[in-house]
Design a protein around this ligand. Structure first.
Ligand code: ZN
Length: 324
């Protein structure tokens, strides 16, 4: 199986054609976390530099294997270091310097910048020059959760590859057939993933992840009757350090969307299957309009966080406004 990417056929076709002919000098892969942006970017990097005889990437040749193992001299991956809050200017400088050199052994020098939205304004501006005047034989692959999270000057210089969630049924099928998950777990993880295959794959291999999700949901639900000061304290706790605030808000969104579904007599489509009883109970004493209004508040906060506003404040507003 030459491409590791599952689904996203149009993007695979587009990139396969580009690799066989003339690629653009920069691509921007966008979509929610764990949807498959990095997998697709790595697939493309292999297709660009594959030395196999047939369809590219072959997955077998020296070049494909070196890229998969992260040790191809012409392919670099830049990502925020785990103990840092942003991609460092120096990381981008180093890769810019490398990109000025001719490819060492491949056809193309490829730089993948994962989560470009984690580079600060200075770093992004410094990187612009490379986007504006790339050396020949350079292909830049940026990923970001949304295009809006990047400077217009950055994203306008990239060919856009927007990745959408896969159909839930497709995720479910992959989990069952390729990962041997039983039907119930596959259904649950597929729905919870919202069509993000990477998330679903991790979830079925990691019992703790689903347990942690349940625990976080419980903490959020408990905060509703506790009032303002407890909610402000919780917002502080959930945004400290390296916490994934987007994940917290996505989880909370999934709960309130489920409540809306139950209210609208569509309980069959809920995501939080393991909390069905509680959803039915809570929906009984909440008003449809209040749920709708509240969803807008959560969605606004979710968007603001993509634009790098103060996460703690955004989460406080969300928690404080929860309908009781
Ligand atoms: Zn190959």
């Amino acid at each position: 199986m030459p491409w590791n990417t599952i689904g996203h056929e149009w993007a695979v076709n587009l990139l396969a054609r580009a690799a066989a002919t003339q690629p653009s000098h920069a691509y921007l892969f966008t979509g929610p976390a764990q949807i498959g942006k990095l997998t697709l970017a790595l697939d493309f990097a292999r297709a660009l530099n594959c030395v196999g005889p047939g369809e590219r990437p072959c997955g077998q040749c020296r070049s494909c294997q070196a890229i998969a193992a992260g040790r191809h001299p012409d392919v670099s991956l830049v990502r925020r270091l785990p103990d840092k809050s942003e991609i460092a200017v120096k990381q981008l400088r180093d890769v810019q310097n490398e990109l000025n050199l001719r490819p060492y052994e491949g056809r193309w020098r490829v730089a993948i910048i994962e989560n470009m939205h984690e580079a600060n304004l200075n770093a992004a501006n410094a990187f612009l020059k490379t986007l504006e005047e790339p050396a020949p034989q350079v292909v830049l692959l940026l990923t970001a959760n949304t295009p809006e999270a990047l400077l217009l000057t950055v994203r306008s210089r990239c060919q856009s590859v927007p990745m959408r969630p896969l159909p839930i049924t497709q995720v479910e099928e992959v989990l069952r057939e390729r990962f041997g998950a039983d039907s119930e777990r596959a259904a649950m993880a597929a729905r919870l993933s919202g069509g993000r295959l990477g998330w679903a794959m991790e979830a079925i291999q990691d019992e703790e992840r689903l347990a942690a999700r349940r625990e976080l949901l419980q903490t959020l639900l408990d905060s509703v009757p506790q009032g303002r000061s407890a909610q402000i304290e919780l917002a502080g706790r959930l945004t400290r350090g390296d916490r994934d605030v987007r994940g917290v808000l996505d989880l909370w969104l999934s709960w309130w969307r489920d409540l809306l579904l139950v209210k609208g007599q569509c309980a069959g489509a809920i995501v939080n299957l393991d909390e069905r009883e509680r959803l039915l109970r809570d929906a009984g004493h909440l008003e449809l309009r209040a749920i709708g209004r509240y969803l807008t508040i959560i969605e606004d906060a979710r968007q603001q966080i993509e634009q790098n506003v103060n996460a703690q404040l955004a989460l406080e507003v969300v928690l404080i406004n929860a309908p009781v």
